[in-house]
Design a binder for this molecule. Structure first.
Ligand SMILES: Cc1ncc(COP(=O)(O)O)c(C=O)c1O
Length: 432
């Protein structure tokens, strides 16, 4: 049995082997430099902005797309363009990046949180109905870690209660639920294209819809509440509240160049993820993610579950997880924690620190009092405690790295006594 790297043995993954995301090419450079040479740096009617919108809409299969300067701005447009506003309630999952809920608050609507599925990590459709009140206007499912939500029951519920559906697909470009791409199922949807995302432009976002009115309203929100028509004289009249959510042409050109490789990059992520999951099936102590039927994830993050019971170890989850992560890190296998508490347990909700002075939650006409408690979302708490993401399960890394990952998992997991030793060392350290 090979000595673990954490105790001075040889490391499994050679130093410098892991490559970062996104893969960059000469074509990306050419695309960005062509903007530089064109001298058209800005504008919602600029050539790369217009072309990117057309190309992303074609990829998703929807009618309209607007490019924005972040996923958060795309989500805000997705909320506001459907007429959701002060006092309206929007149902969101407790397990997400808090930007999802911020997009609701940005329009003075109120996020109402719901827990995740018992066997996966998206919003549980069964828990949505009990959260619906007479003020509920929309459901905002988040396709998290690249996993599409169970959209069939969500759309049925929305129809039954006459609710709108807004998608957060910031982590799920190309994911499908019941064979249909996210971003083309919901009434409106927001995508992020920040550095880490499946479609990356450094920073940016994309709004999609099939609803012409939402598209029209979102276009105004993106540009100060004005109607700006490319090639026509500007009216300089704001029809309502607006923001400055325009994207830069360098970013648009880069995004277009990256979009060309999205299908092949997603296919690679899937190949790596399926290999890892199948391998982990036979390695006690660590497991890959469960994919429910009729859902096609794009593995924005590849997540692993820590299972001390499979090794017969009766130790607290937190200590086991920390010890295994430490041992894996020494082998050159990076893991990380994404989110530490349910979103409603974050200070902004617990303390209701929005715009200040209790606003927006204390607005008189909202008609009810709100209270957020993290402990109301036990599945999210358990999920966060038991899981971590595995770094670099994406191109330009190759199957060679995935095979070394599996070698490293086997090495660490076959030495439970070494894991116990790490736990004992951590305990000793904590007592000092
Ligand atoms: C689920 C989710 N929603 C929203 C966002 C916000 O996107 P951005 O950072 O581009 O504003 C992100 C990414 O950061 C995200 O992961």
């Amino acid at each position: 049995m090979k000595k673990l790297a954490v105790f001075g043995g040889p490391r499994t993954v050679p130093e410098g082997m892991v490559k970062s995301w996104p893969p960059l090419s000469k074509d990306d450079r050419k695309a960005v430099m062509s903007v530089f040479d064109s001298n058209i740096l800005h504008g919602t009617g600029a050539p790369n902005a217009v072309a990117l919108q057309k190309e992303f809409a074609a990829y998703i299969g929807c009618k309209y797309c607007l490019v924005t300067n972040s996923g958060t701005s795309a989500l805000h447009m997705a909320v506001a363009s459907l007429g959701i506003g002060p006092g309206d309630e929007v149902i969101v999952p407790a397990f997400t990046y808090w930007s999802t809920a911020a997009a609701v608050l940005h329009h003075n609507a109120i996020p109402i949180f719901v827990d995740i599925e018992p066997d996966a990590f998206c919003i549980d459709p069964k828990l949505i109905e009990p959260a619906i009140t007479k003020r509920t206007k929309a459901i905002l499912p988040v396709h998290i870690h690249g996993m599409p939500c169970n959209m069939g029951p969500i759309m049925k519920l929305a129809k039954k209660h006459k609710l709108l559906v807004i998608g957060d697909a910031c982590q799920a470009h190309g994911a499908k639920s019941d064979g249909k791409m996210v971003g083309n199922i919901e009434d409106t949807c927001g995508f992020s294209t920040n550095r880490s995302k499946n479609l990356s432009s450094g920073e940016g976002g994309l709004f999609t819809t099939n609803n012409e009115n939402a598209y029209r309203v979102a276009s105004m929100l993106r540009e100060f509440g004005e109607v700006v028509v490319h090639g026509e004289d500007r009216e300089y009249n704001a029809y309502g509240m607006g923001w400055m959510y325009r994207a830069h042409e360098f970013v648009n050109a880069f995004c277009r160049s990256q979009l060309k490789h999205l299908p092949e990059n997603n296919a690679k992520r899937k190949e790596f993820a399926e290999f890892l999951t199948a391998s982990l099936d036979d390695i006690p102590g660590l497991k890959g993610p469960y994919t429910p039927p009729r859902r096609e994830p794009v593995y924005f993050s590849y997540i692993v579950r820590f299972c001390p019971d499979e090794l017969g170890l009766d130790v607290p989850m937190g200590k086991y997880k920390a010890a295994v992560q430490k041992a894996l890190a020494a082998e050159g296998i990076g893991t990380g924690q994404w989110q530490r508490v349910p979103v409603p347990a974050q200070s902004v909700f617990k303390d209701m620190q929005g715009y200040g002075k209790g606003c927006p939650w204390n607005c008189k006409h909202y008609g009810r009092k709100f209270k957020y408690r993290g402990e109301d979302y036990p599945r999210t708490i358990k999920f966060i405690a038991e899981h971590a993401y595995l770094s670099a399960v994406h191109p330009p890394n190759t199957m060679k790295l995935m095979k070394l990952y599996v070698e490293g998992f086997k090495k660490v997991m076959s030495q439970p006594e070494a894991i116990l030793k790490l736990i004992a060392e951590a305990d000793k350290q904590a007592k000092k």
